[in-house]
Write a protein that binds this ligand. Structure first.
Ligand code: MOS
Length: 697
């Protein structure tokens, strides 16, 4: 249905257009916005997990030289919109989680603000709190939908009957840890109200969506969206934690309004990010597989328990991949939530698909073992002809090719039946599959203008390090039929047309579609010899939309694990991913996304674990010293390859998203490799040495 573009720039291995500015340190980030004599602010956070503030004494804070103002619930402005409890800060005395924002100090320097914030004296009336997730709580509830708007539960056939009749079954519970996003650039904002404090608000904010920040913040402050100008040319990573504005953005805007005409900078500290930037919920995954002796699945079910905050619901869509991955006539997925006195969970790279490909893909490995079938063969035998969930044909599903090519490249056939030993190291290999939906958002606009002999493409999109600065010119150039050097992109500013969030791996697909529409409209209107100033828009909505097919990206991931027989130390010297991600717009940037996702998956597999202390009601390892993210020494040889077969239905470029698929399935591949190496089945992430040590030979 979509015409694939004549590709010349698309597919080229172009370097990042923003690379040089970033490497030289000249690319301005939100905290570095060029403003006159900025003030700085530092948040005050609740030190109890639940209760209410009975008194706040700011006298010592106000006495510090250089302090401009202190805001608390007593004096802060009343916000216009308070329905989003995460954002309704400083509005009353209630404390809903430890670390909640309860004040802010604005001062001439960041050091002064921080020191003075320490001097705020707060007394509380504490209440009982509850931060412990478990599957046997009696207050688990069924959310109305799961993120962003999928059905909470699905059912086909009769899983219980099929399980009872199955020749072989796997029934196990798997858990994934709470994980926190740790982009290198913290959540930062520079905020400036015009001198009246009533007119326009300028926000230099580290965000995946300048238009999203405009919409939300204008609503919270009750002003016209046009009065909020959001600027974000560069982002030092987000992974979803900057996909929606969190309370820090509201706090920065409130602080700046208290000193109108003066810009105020706010950068969350690394520790504060563990309370305020969203996080991935821990999940408890009750998994059931039933199959005949040949490995044909008759039943597949996943019942998920996870947490949300008592003040705001976020329901991770952990069961989504199970709805789609494999054929089986009897199937069920359910999601139940515990509402706890904890910070609000949110997006983290592949919310749903990432944790949701752990339990099921380890369960498949367990089933293969029980049947004595190779885990790749087991998957080949359960390849669905159509999407089992929607019944629609696939736009393209080249998972079988990914599995075959991956097996060949990885040397899967040389895999021994049991564990191998290399000195003090037990060595094994494992595999798992990857999946991520292909999203194209409905709304986004590109303006193309002919200016000074070249084409300018403007859109209020964001490049969170993924490559939008570079790939949008590639797509636009091909759609216009001109060399890529003749196209300049302008993004990261609400002065440019509306764009959806850089999230859900949908940016390139969505904005690229708008660029293609704009190019077509431009050529129709002005031909191939335009005059300076000729300009026209293109919108996603005008492009043909395919609703007849189920569109997903797929992949096969392979891992080698080495486990020290004396210490239990786990190393992963080798990861390989083979992906069906449609046409690749830019191989250099695609590789970076895919190996980045796999690295984050490795990190989830072995390291990342936000430890909730139920006595305190907080994550206690809330810094990068104690919350370990995979570093160079943890990462071996990571290779990502792709089939580069265009998807004929996804969009005009034939591309699928690549930002998130790389993290899905990695942890299962690692766990399966650890099992192959040691015989120990680790069903709880992360796979730390204490979980294997006792059972090593
Ligand atoms: Mo990503 S979690 O969709 O920003």
């Amino acid at each position: 249905m979509t015409d694939l573009l004549e590709t010349r720039a698309i597919g080229q291995d172009l370097v990042r257009r923003d690379g040089e500015a970033k490497v030289r340190g000249t690319a301005p980030y939100a905290f570095e916005a060029d403003v006159d004599t900025p003030a700085y602010c530092h948040p005050v956070q609740a030190t109890v997990a639940r209760g209410r503030i009975t008194s706040i004494d700011t006298s010592a804070t106000e006495a510090v030289e250089g302090v401009l103002t202190v805001l608390t619930n007593l004096g802060a402005e009343r916000l216009a919109k308070t329905d989003d409890a995460e954002l309704a800060i400083l509005q009353d005395d209630a404390i809903a989680f430890r670390g909640q924002l309860i004040g802010v100090v604005v001062a001439d320097t960041s050091e002064t603000a921080r020191q003075a914030a320490d001097l705020v004296r707060v007394e509380y009336e504490e209440s009982e709190f509850d931060v412990e997730l478990s599957a046997d709580r009696d207050d688990l509830y069924k959310p109305e939908k799961i993120n962003p708007s999928y059905p909470t539960d699905t059912a086909q056939g009769d899983v219980d009957a099929a399980m009872a009749a199955a020749a072989v079954t796997v029934e196990q519970t798997y858990t994934t840890a709470m994980n926190h996003n740790n982009p290198i650039e913290p959540h930062t904002t520079t905020a400036l109200w015009d001198a009246s404090g009533a007119g326009t608000l300028t926000l230099w904010d580290s965000t995946q969506s300048v238009h999203g920040v405009r919409r939300v913040i204008s609503g919270v402050f009750g002003i016209d969206p046009e009065q909020v100008h959001v600027i974000c040319p560069y982002i030092g990573g987000g992974f979803g934690s900057k996909g929606t504005p969190h309370a820090n953005v509201v706090l920065a805007a409130m602080a700046a309004r208290a000193v109108p005409g003066r810009a105020v900078r706010l950068a969350l500290t690394r520790q504060q990010m563990f309370f305020l930037a969203g996080y991935r919920t821990p999940t408890i995954q009750r998994m059931q597989l039933g199959a005949d002796r040949d490995g044909r699945l008759s039943a597949i079910a996943l019942d998920v328990v996870e947490q949300t905050s008592r003040i705001k619901e976020f329901a991770e869509q952990t069961g989504m991949p199970t709805r789609t991955m494999y054929a089986a006539p009897n199937r069920r997925t359910t999601h139940r939530l515990a509402a706890l006195d904890v910070p609000v969970p949110s997006w983290m790279r592949a919310p749903g698909e990432c944790p949701g490909m752990f339990g099921p893909e380890v369960a498949m490995d367990e089933l293969a073992e029980a049947l004595g079938i190779d885990p790749i063969d087991l998957r080949l035998r359960n390849e669905p002809d159509v999407d089992p969930d929607s019944g629609k044909p696939w736009s393209s599903r080249l998972l079988v090719r990914c599995l075959q090519e991956g097996a060949e490249r990885f040397g899967w056939s040389e895999r021994g039946a049991g564990r191998q030993r290399d000195g003090q190291w037990l060595v094994g290999t494992g595999m798992a599959c990857s999946i991520y939906p292909v999203y194209r958002q409905a709304k986004s606009t590109v303006t193309i203008r002919f200016e000074d002999g070249r084409y300018v493409a403007e859109i209020g999109a964001a490049d969170l390090g993924t490559g939008a600065w570079t790939v949008l010119p590639q797509i636009t150039a091909d759609a216009l039929g001109v060399p890529v050097e003749h196209v300049e992109a302008r993004i990261g500013d609400t002065r440019y047309p509306f764009a959806t969030v850089a999230g859900g791996s949908s940016g390139t697909s969505t904005w690229g579609t708008a660029a293609v529409e704009a190019a077509k409209a431009f050529r129709e209107k002005f031909g191939t010899d335009p005059a300076d100033g000729d300009e026209t828009d293109g919108e996603v909505g005008t492009a043909a939309k395919d609703d007849e097919h189920a569109a997903f990206a797929f992949g096969a991931q392979f891992a080698e694990a080495r486990v020290n027989v004396d210490t239990g130390e786990i190393r992963v010297p080798r990861l390989l991913g083979v992906f069906d991600v449609g046409r690749i717009i830019n191989p250099r940037l695609a590789r970076s996304q895919l190996i980045g996702g796999m690295t984050m998956g490795l990190s989830m597999a072995l390291h990342e674990n936000s430890v909730m202390d139920p006595r305190l009601g907080q994550v206690v390892n809330h810094d990068l010293a104690d919350y370990h993210v995979a570093a160079n020494a943890d990462v071996g040889d990571i290779e990502a390859v792709w089939l580069d077969v265009p998807d004929p239905y996804a969009n005009a470029m034939g591309s699928k998203g690549i930002g998130e698929i790389g993290i899905t399935g990695t942890a299962a591949a690692v766990s399966n490799a650890v099992h192959h190496a040691t015989g120990v089945r680790v069903r709880d992430l992360p796979i730390t040495l204490d979980k294997v040590l006792a059972e090593l030979p």
